[in-house]
Ligand binder design. Structure first.
Ligand SMILES: Cc1cc2nc3c(=O)[nH]c(=O)nc-3n(C[C@H](O)[C@H](O)[C@H](O)COP(=O)(O)OP(=O)(O)OC[C@H]3O[C@@H](n4cnc5c(N)ncnc54)[C@H](O)[C@@H]3O)c2cc1C
Length: 416
């Protein structure tokens, strides 16, 4: 049924694309500004929806569709939480996103946000976690500080050795990724947007980084709009090799799903929360949900990965490491079978901050991306922010501007 709605919408958009670039629908009215959004992942989809709501005429394009298997917004689930360390904009953005996720699922009568709780295990130094506390408070994200013995009493199925304390966010949790990415585009269509499944090719004879007027699409057509928002996730570095390339990497990330023991719900949602372990390196996971197994991944950046042609086969060395960790931290999962695996990629900036800015050579072209392993949760809040910036023709916050790379080549630690 849902697939049908997207297919029908495609036919509709082909027809409406014929109506001309500046058509207002009613004669005598000022033509609406036409904005093309390229990329229908978490960033582009929500941006398109909010631009449409702000009164623009929006054409949304995607090469393979929202939440496709190559996209960073593909796959089952993503963590949503507020712990983000000190001095950063993301806790407040996550709080706004939580509010918008809740509002949309109520409005759309579909559940994407599962407040299973999120537990951060920290060591005693833990500047990152300590620095998060005032920002959580300020943003109004509920949290509890727990000692190791409190955590052990609460979740005896986890071995809390070498975790001195933790932060528990009872109302945070996980989101459905691919399902929500598709739903956003369905609702964008229902609210009057145009979606076309086609890839933007570089304009003939030029790179997107140079000045151009019209985009060439993979279906042989071309597209001209008043403004463009490129939200092409891990593809941004190759689409804009001069502007984005030097500050950007697409890295291979392996994700593992282990089968929980039969008739044992200790590692399923309801028994343990989403968790993150910030000790030596950053491991995280989501309890078994929708019978898909216990998700676990290592946030360490993997090797460079081509999102178009890369073969999505997990590393056996990484699997062995994850298994060792699983046996240690979650003893009841010892020898659990791998029931599924996925290869995704981070679209990682050198400082792990997002990119939201105009292209330096073309003021009508915005670049939105660099989710860096933690972007998904922010989708609705980011879409709302980007739509406001584009419509009001404002500057983005300094943290997200391209000019920051000149000042600050490396930094932050914002994963998940
Ligand atoms: C393993 C993994 C775990 C993660 N965990 C979390 C988490 O727990 N919490 C969290 O908040 N975030 C997490 N993230 C990060 C988050 O998923 C991403 O930051 C976010 O999904 C990026 O969305 P995007 O829209 O920028 O990119 P994408 O989803 O990749 O969307 C880009 C779209 O552009 C399209 N496209 C590309 N080139 C073209 C072209 N030339 N023409 C037309 N279309 C094109 C693609 O088809 C794609 O659909 C994780 C990421 C990974 C890989």
């Amino acid at each position: 049924m849902r697939r049908l709605r997207l297919e029908m919408a495609r036919t509709h958009t082909k027809r409406s694309a014929l109506n001309g670039r500046h058509s207002s629908g009613r004669s005598g009215k000022k033509p609406r500004r036409h904005i093309a959004v390229i990329g229908a992942g978490a960033f582009g989809g929500w941006t398109a929806l909010y631009l449409q709501r702000r009164g623009a005429r929006v054409t949304l394009l995607d090469a393979w569709g929202p939440g496709n298997s190559r996209a960073s917004s593909g796959g089952e689930t993503r963590v949503i939480r507020g712990v983000y360390g000190p001095d950063q904009p993301y806790t407040a953005l996550a709080a706004r996103a939580m509010q918008l996720w809740r509002e949309h699922q109520k409005r759309w009568r579909r559940k994407f946000f599962f407040p299973a709780g999120v537990l951060w295990m920290a060591d005693s130094a833990a500047e990152f976690e300590r620095g998060s506390l005032p920002l959580l408070k300020e943003a109004g994200i509920p949290f509890e500080e727990l000692t190791a013995s409190q955590m052990t009493r609460r979740w005896p199925q986890i071995n809390f050795e070498r975790s001195a304390w933790g932060i528990f966010e009872p109302q945070s949790g996980y989101l459905l990724a691919r399902a929500s990415a598709r739903a956003v585009v369905e609702h964008f269509l229902a609210e009057g947007g145009d979606y076309r499944q086609a890839a933007v090719m570089s304009p003939a004879g030029a790179a997107l980084d140079s000045e151009w007027r019209t985009l060439k699409l993979s279906d042989g057509s071309s597209l001209a709009a008043d403004s463009y928002v490129f939200a092409c996730g891990p593809w941004l570095g190759t689409l804009f090799p001069r502007t984005i390339g030097p500050h950007f990497a697409s890295t291979k990330q392996d994700v593992f799903f282990f089968g929980t023991p039969p008739s044992d719900s200790r590692y399923n949602e309801g028994s343990i929360p989403v968790w993150a372990d910030h000790r030596d390196h950053f491991m995280y996971g989501i309890p078994g949900n929708e019978a898909r197994g216990f998700k676990i991944a290592d946030d360490t950046r993997g090797p460079a990965f081509d999102p178009t042609s890369g073969e999505r086969v997990i590393s056996h060395r990484r699997l062995a490491e994850v298994r060792r960790y699983l046996d240690y931290r979650f003893p009841g999962m010892k020898n659990a079978p791998l029931v599924e695996s996925r290869v995704c990629q981070y679209e990682d900036t050198t400082d792990h901050n997002f990119i939201i800015d105009r292209h330096p050579a073309q003021a009508s072209l915005w670049i939105v991306g660099g989710g860096s392993g933690h972007g998904f949760k922010h989708g609705p809040a980011l879409g709302e922010m980007v739509a406001n910036l584009v419509i009001r023709d404002e500057m983005s916050p300094a943290n997200f501007r391209l000019s920051r790379f000149k000042r600050r080549p490396t930094g932050g630690k914002y994963a998940k």
